[in-house]
Design a protein around this ligand. Structure first.
Ligand SMILES: [Zn+2]
Ligand SMILES: [Zn+2]
Length: 332
């Protein structure tokens, strides 16, 4: 399976800029930004991909290439899963927003995921983790002045909502935006567009989004930048002259999911991690899945028991049928 796609493809929509390459770990994007002399990895993909990511980076920048830094838009497992191993392989520091550090230094887990928001991704989220990581001293806070380490043309912008310490990266010179999970460029709740990967602006991955007011405000912030090219954590990049208008139209029409744990009230956090959660919403679909699972297991168990009973009955019949012969043999 090809884990990586990158650079320019035949489709112009996959083109962000000369010095940006997109890698993909299964369903999560990460980006290498810069030149062979000086580059930064933005996000670090799913766990278990560190050596593949290093290999892909060496194909792009040459043998032995290593970045100046790994910058995380946020710490979810699909964006930071390989960060620690890459940091060790490259001896490169990891940077994240101060409000994201509790989940990257073992101080707090993320707010529990919310599969009750529904949709395809809500269903899939039941098997995804929502725990944090502990990268120890390898992770540090992004500079408070908005500078991005080793990328002087870029700034980071606080775009909370999906997580409390989520950041997006912006380069004004050519209006390129790396949005992380502040938005997606694929509708993951529509089976057709999820498979065809039709590029469209869509909301942040819903089961892991903990503050929908903030998420809507962050979308407006990003739309106000009028980007010419947008690369997100999930989906193909969107570029071209109508990009800013498309994002503005999406931000204006943005609507939160109709139901879910964090839809009425957000999870609250500070620099120590999660401090207050709204009460859980009953997970009817989860219960149904559990009932199906239990019913399925009980059905299989009943079938095995019935087979065993039948085997024993057949064996006993066979033994009974054999006995008269033995008696006859004894008489003769
Ligand atoms: Zn995320
Ligand atoms: Zn993600």
């Amino acid at each position: 399976m090809a884990f990586f796609e990158g650079e320019r493809t035949a489709r112009s929509r996959d083109f962000l800029a000369d010095d940006i390459v997109r890698f993909t770990t299964l369903f999560a994007n990460l980006y290498a930004v810069g030149t062979a002399e000086r580059w930064v990895l933005v996000d670090a993909g799913l766990p278990g991909f560190a050596r593949s990511i290093r290999r892909a980076a060496e194909q792009k920048f040459g043998a032995g290439a290593r970045p100046e830094a790994i910058v995380l838009t946020h710490g979810h497992w699909d964006h930071s899963g390989s960060a620690l191993e890459l940091s060790k392989l490259w001896d490169a520091p990891i940077f994240a927003h101060t409000l994201e550090l509790p989940y990257l230094t073992g101080k707090s887990n993320y707010a529990p995921k919310d599969p009750t928001v529904g949709g395809m991704i809500g269903m899939a989220a039941r098997v995804f983790p929502s725990r944090g990581y502990d990268f120890g001293p390898r992770v540090q806070a992004l500079p408070a002045n908005g500078a991005v380490p080793a990328l002087p043309d870029w700034i980071w912008i606080h775009t909370p909502g999906h997580t409390h310490g989520h950041v997006s990266l912006w380069r004004k010179r050519d209006a390129v935006l790396l949005a992380g999970d502040a938005l997606t460029t694929v509708n993951q709740d529509n089976p057709y567009t999820a498979v065809t990967r039709t590029a469209e602006f869509y909301r942040p991955p819903a089961p892991f989004t903990v503050d929908w007011d903030a998420a809507g405000a962050s979308l407006c912030t990003l739309a106000s930048l009028a980007p010419a090219a947008v690369g997100a954590g999930h989906g193909l990049p969107i570029a071209g002259p109508d990009t800013a208008d498309r994002l503005l139209a999406y931000a204006r029409s943005f609507d939160r999911p109709s139901g879910g744990r964090y839809v009425q009230a957000p999870a609250q956090a500070d620099e120590s991690g999660i401090v207050k959660l709204p009460p859980p919403v009953p997970d009817q679909t989860g219960r149904l899945i559990a009932v199906w699972a239990v019913t399925g297991v009980a059905g299989v168990a009943a079938m095995l028991v019935a087979q065993e009973v039948k085997k024993r009955r057949d064996r006993s019949k066979a033994e009974k049928a054999a006995k008269p012969d033995e008696e006859d043999a004894a008489k003769s």
